[in-house]
Structure formats: structure tokens, C-alpha cells
Design a protein around this ligand. Structure first.
Ligand code: HSE
Length: 291
């Protein structure tokens, strides 16, 4: 029996639209073993597809087919702590769980770099799937089915605060809100900030993060899809966030803070309560440098 732990991921990190992502300490778990027929169980009772359309199953089956191994069936148990459609890489986590689990059951026929390519091609977002596999801070470019990437481990002196609304935001819908074209100067604006985010996180120049998280490619168009987002982002900066941004396609808002900012969590909770956002969840997470 194989057990896989897969981290949540936060893509874009502000300006790094479709190319930057990082892994955090919130996990899904997939347990997998071969048997006759397909049996899929949600151990925590969350609703998941229990037939062959299940993403963990289809990803695992893909590896068996790729390796020419017959598959009579699988027993899969899932614990899904990563909320669905909240910009924390829940789909990537299922795909990575299936790929890694199947690869382990077959005795590791595929290298990690091959899994990186397969996951990104299946999922479509290398900025989620690559950090889900590798951990850390990842810069990833998907080109003709191959991911060109660098993983960097980042220091443990940061906390990643997920402020998770009580509503889903589907990636497809959040991408449809984006313009087809943008002014050249907005492209330049983002390029410089995405580069600054990557190197500043890595080199611990945290005073750069607020400027680096500024973005003109997606957040200006998506903020209005997340009721309360403007207020929460403004509030976070008043209470010491180094950077705050829409995680992935949303709806989660992510604040990067110092590990010494002990007040932040409760201050945000109090703010949400005052604003009437009672169903929102706040988690203080660390970087997952392992994947
Ligand atoms: N970079 C992608 C987006 C991530 O923002 O649409 C999707 O999870």
C-alpha cells in the first residue's frame, strides 16, 4: 500500500501570473493499493467522484497505461484538506497524488522531471502542479509539453496566511474575466515584479515583496469577483503583511507575513467577524520545501 502526502499550492504570488508558485503546509492524503475493480473512498466524508472519473484514479491509470502495465483496479482513499476551487491547487493535488502513487506502486519507472511534465500537461497550470510535486518556490514555464523550471527552497522565517472565503471561484470563470490583450507597459510592469518576487523571496529581501506582488495581468480583473477582497488586502497591509495577493485564481487571499507577527491571525479573524464574513477560514501555514 502506498500513501502520498501532497501540499496545497499558491500560484502567481502576485505578478508571476502562470509562472510562479509555492507549496504550503496544508495537505491532501492519498492511499492507494491494487485490487480487482475500482473502489474510491473519501475518508473524511467530503464529496468526491467515486467512479473512474475521479482525478486521482485517472492520473494513476495514465501512469499504468504509459508504462504498459495492466491495471485490474485500484482501491483509493482520499483525505482532502485542500478546499476545492479556492485557488490552493486542489486539482493539482489530486493529479499529483495519482501520478506519484502509481509511479511508486510500479517501482518508480518515471523520473520526477517526467512527472512534472505529465502533471503540468494534465492540469494546465505548471505554477500549481510543479510546486505540488517538488515543494518550495517554483518558477515554471510550460512549453510544448515540457516544463522548464527551477525550484528554490525558501527560508522558514515566513508564514503564509490563507484567508479562505466561504465561496468557490472556478479557475475557468476567473480566467474568462481577464482581457484578451493588455497594454505593453502592463506587460513590462509585471515582468519586473515577477522577477523581483522570485529573487526577493529566495534572498530574504522581504521589504521588496509588497511592490513585487503588485500586478496588472489578473488581480485588477479578479478582485471584483471576490466580495471583500479589497478590504482584506488593505487591512492586511495595515497589520504588517509583507505581501498580500489573490492565491491562484482565487477565491483565497494570501498574506505573507513574518513568523514573528503573532498578532496577525487573530487580528484578521476579528476583522472578518466585524465585517460579517463569518464563514471565512484563516490558516497560518509554513513553506513546504519538500513537496
Ligand atoms: N495561474 C493560474 C491562474 C492558476 O491564475 O489562472 C490557476 O490555479
Amino acid at each position: 500500500m502506498i500513501k502520498v502526502q501532497i501540499p496545497a499550492t499558491s500560484a502567481n504570488i502576485g505578478a508571476g501570473f502562470d509562472c510562479l508558485g509555492l507549496a504550503v503546509s496544508m495537505y491532501n492524503y492519498v492511499t492507494m493499493e491494487e485490487q480487482e475493480g475500482v473502489e474510491i473512498i473519501s475518508s473524511d466524508g467530503k464529496p468526491i467522484p467515486t467512479d473512474e472519473t475521479n482525478l486521482v484514479y485517472t492520473s494513476a491509470k495514465y501512469i499504468y497505461d504509459l508504462c504498459d502495465k495492466p491495471l485490474k483496479g485500484l482501491r483509493i482513499e482520499q483525505v482532502n484538506n485542500i478546499p476545492m476551487a479556492r485557488g490552493l491547487g486542489s486539482s493539482s493535488a489530486c493529479i499529483v497524488g495519482g501520478l506519484v502513487g502509481a509511479n511508486a506502486m510500479l517501482g518508480y519507472p518515471l523520473r520526477t522531471s517526467e512527472l512534472v511534465n505529465i502533471a503540468a500537461t494534465m492540469e494546465g497550470h505548471p505554477d500549481n502542479s510543479t510546486p505540488a510535486l517538488l515543494g518550495g518556490l517554483v518558477t515554471a514555464v510550460l512549453s510544448n509539453g515540457k516544463v522548464y523550471y527551477v525550484k528554490q527552497e525558501i527560508a522558514e522565517d515566513l508564514r503564509f496566511v490563507t484567508i479562505i472565503p466561504d465561496f468557490e471561484l472556478k479557475t475557468k470563470f476567473a480566467r474568462e474575466a481577464l482581457p484578451k490583450e493588455i497594454p505593453h507597459k502592463d506587460g513590462v510592469f509585471n515582468l519586473s515584479r515577477a522577477a523581483l518576487m522570485s529573487v526577493s523571496l529566495y534572498s530574504r529581501n522581504y521589504q521588496n515583496l509588497r511592490i513585487a506582488a503588485d500586478d496588472r495581468l489578473h488581480q485588477p480583473y479578479r478582485l471584483s469577483l471576490i466580495n471583500g477582497a479589497h478590504e482584506v488586502l488593505d487591512f492586511s497591509y495595515k497589520h504588517g503583511a509583507y505581501a498580500s495577493y489573490i492565491s491562484g485564481a482565487g477565491s483565497t487571499l494570501m498574506s505573507i507575513i513574518s513568523s514573528g507577527n503573532f498578532e496577525f491571525e487573530n487580528t484578521v479573524r476579528e476583522f472578518l467577524r466585524e465585517q460579517g464574513y463569518t464563514g471565512w477560514q484563516v490558516n497560518v501555514l509554513s513553506i513546504d520545501n519538500m513537496g
